[in-house]
Design a binder for this molecule. Structure first.
Ligand code: RP5
Length: 168
């Protein structure tokens, strides 16, 4: 199975990325996490992206806040799919990172998830890996079924709670 790389722009981003680690672990997807910055360690970030395919990675998740160039800088160095996670890390509440991540020039795409969308980034990365991994695809189907059951149970609980109450 291809590995997923999770690249964080700073150790201060760790708490927001924990859901990605948890999701990948639950789905049985092998991953590595690294702290690399487009601005503070540009050479190391570029070297990681350049060697990622040969190192066995199938997709890269890149999470950064503020002027978030990490996902784009990595995407510039590889044709592996790159998923950007803009982070809320400044007075601009993540809008700065969202625009910096999503507004890529034509030719170098970054698949951008919601601000602080670490879990969705992990699910999307798993879906990409699952294209060639039927067992992982089955686990993703199971996770969807479990989510559906959870929502339906809440719907049932709400109807039970309101049963007998007069309409407005
Ligand atoms: C970004 O700047 C990082 O991804 C982080 O979200 C933000 C602040 O970094 P620190 O100053 O906390 O290291 O590059």
């Amino acid at each position: 199975m291809k590995k997923v790389a999770v690249i964080l722009g700073s150790d201060s981003d760790l708490p927001t990325l924990r859901p990605a680690f948890d999701t990948l672990t639950q789905l049985g997807v092998e991953f590595e996490a690294h702290i690399l910055s487009a601005h503070r360690t540009p050479d190391e970030a570029a070297a990681f992206a350049s060697g990622a395919r040969a190192a066995g990675f199938g997709v890269i998740i890149a999470a950064a806040g503020k002027a978030a160039h990490l996902a784009g800088a990595l995407a510039a160095r590889t044709t592996l799919p790159v998923i950007g996670v803009p982070l809320k890390a400044s007075d601009l509440d993540g809008l700065d990172a969202l625009l910096s991540t999503v507004q890529m020039p034509s030719g170098i795409p970054v698949a951008t998830v919601a601000i602080n969308g670490a879990a969705n980034a992990a699910i999307l990365a798993s879906q990409i890996v699952a294209v060639a991994e039927p067992e992982l695809a089955r686990r993703l189907d199971d996770a969807r079924a479990s989510m559906r059951a959870g929502v339906l149970a809440k719907d049932d609980a709400l109807r039970q709670e309101l049963k007998g109450k007069p309409d407005d």
